[in-house]
Design a protein. Structure first.
Length: 384
């Protein structure tokens, strides 16, 4: 239906109880009219969490989408001041942290061996020479984001000796491929906003401790089975790329999968079943069609939030009754099928759905089925 006539239906949880097992057409009409009136005073804004919303580093300027809070190491006795490069600051009460951010640096200064947290973000560094960190084998956090680093100017084994490195920030650079080899200790890898087009097989091999992988805003068209071996991976952000198919296999540990703004038009049957902990799936702004989905593609009991907005769907896909938030706005859906939410509709069988977005589709206002209040009794927001 036209955007200008988008109607918001607010369903208040709890109004529908056992008595809803008996209803007639007059009661259905009264129910619909009541909730349509509530749209005048209630609205819902879909503002999903993205990596860009993270807090910036302390001791630095805001530095883009992959920023994280500064670590707070235990205060230690300060080392002699001459052990800190003159281009940087080493706070006396935190002698294991070195701040070299936003100083117009075109090179990486010497890193003392005692350092665990080093910040080089917001500079003009274009190259990382071989052996740049050979002396700093205790490094745990290394921030190199918002520079001009190119893949051809990164030493092949520059990170090889950093066997305690947990977080590596290289987002907002000029990388065309993943740096490596990377240490097995790595827990977070931030590579968003680069020029990476392919993740070869084995590029992430051995990273069994990696929990978060940020590869959004690149040009990746092929990923293969690169994620499958990441047995600790919790979050994978692959949004804003050129992917035409979903990755070949997901790790069982995965909880958050972001694939919005790609060119994916199909998902294999039972694709999400291999990840029993998966909670959030975002696939908005792709090319998904009804033909590219099986009847049980999204019928996963673990998924709590599913974003399929701005695709090419004509029907509401079947979802599990445990789903809490479903976003389908901006598709071509022309019917409201209650069987997509409840295979059986009665007092004991109902959906846990709380938010349903169907605005910007072709559904008419009177298409809400009469058994909707019984099936969707927990919904607080329905937008048509």
């Amino acid at each position: 239906m036209p955007w200008a006539t988008t109607t918001t239906v607010l369903i208040l949880a709890g109004l529908c109880g056992a008595s809803l097992a008996q209803y007639n057409e007059e009661e259905d009409l009264a129910w619909l009219q009541y909730y349509l009136r509530q749209s005048r005073v209630a609205s819902y804004n879909y503002v999903p969490y993205y990596e860009e919303e993270s807090a910036p580093y302390a001791y630095s300027y805001p530095s883009g989408p992959d920023t994280e809070p500064e670590p707070v190491p235990e205060p230690q006795q300060a080392s002699p001041p001459w052990r800190c490069p003159q281009e940087c600051d080493c706070p006396p009460n935190f002698p294991s942290a070195m701040y070299c951010d936003a100083r117009g640096l075109r090179y990486l200064p010497f890193v003392p061996s005692r350092m665990k947290y080093v910040y080089f973000q917001n500079n003009l560094v274009a190259a990382i020479q071989e052996g740049a960190f050979d002396n700093a084998t205790e490094l745990e956090w290394l921030a190199l984001h918002n520079n001009q680093i190119g893949s051809e100017k990164v030493g092949r084994k520059v990170f090889a000796k950093l066997q305690r490195l947990e977080r590596l920030y290289m987002n907002n650079n000029n990388l065309t491929r993943l740096p490596g080899p990377l240490p097995r200790s790595l827990r977070e890898l931030h590579l968003s906003y680069n020029h990476i087009s392919k993740v070869p097989a084995g590029a992430l091999e051995g990273l069994e401790n990696l929990t978060a992988l940020y590869l959004s805003h690149n040009f990746i068209f092929e990923l293969g089975a690169s994620l499958k071996g990441l047995q600790s991976l919790i979050l994978a952000d692959l949004s804003y790329n050129n992917l035409r198919k979903v990755p070949d296999g997901l790790p069982a540990s995965l909880e958050q999968l972001y694939l919005e703004y790609n060119y994916i038009d199909a998902i294999p049957d039972d694709y999400f079943r291999v990840s029993p902990r998966l909670l959030y799936v975002r696939m908005s702004h792709n090319g998904l069609t009804d033909q590219g989905l099986s009847s049980n593609t999204f019928n996963s009991s673990s998924i709590l939030e599913l974003d399929l907005s701005y695709n090419r769907l004509r029907k509401i896909p079947r979802v599990n009754t445990n789903l809490e938030n479903l976003y389908l706005q901006g598709n071509r859906i022309n019917e409201f099928s209650i069987s997509s939410f409840c295979s059986v509709v009665d007092v004991m069988n109902y959906s846990r759905l709380q938010v349903l977005r169907l605005d910007g589709n072709e559904i008419k206002r009177n298409a809400v089925p009469p058994d909707a209040p019984l099936c969707l009794r927990r919904a607080t927001v329905i937008e048509i």
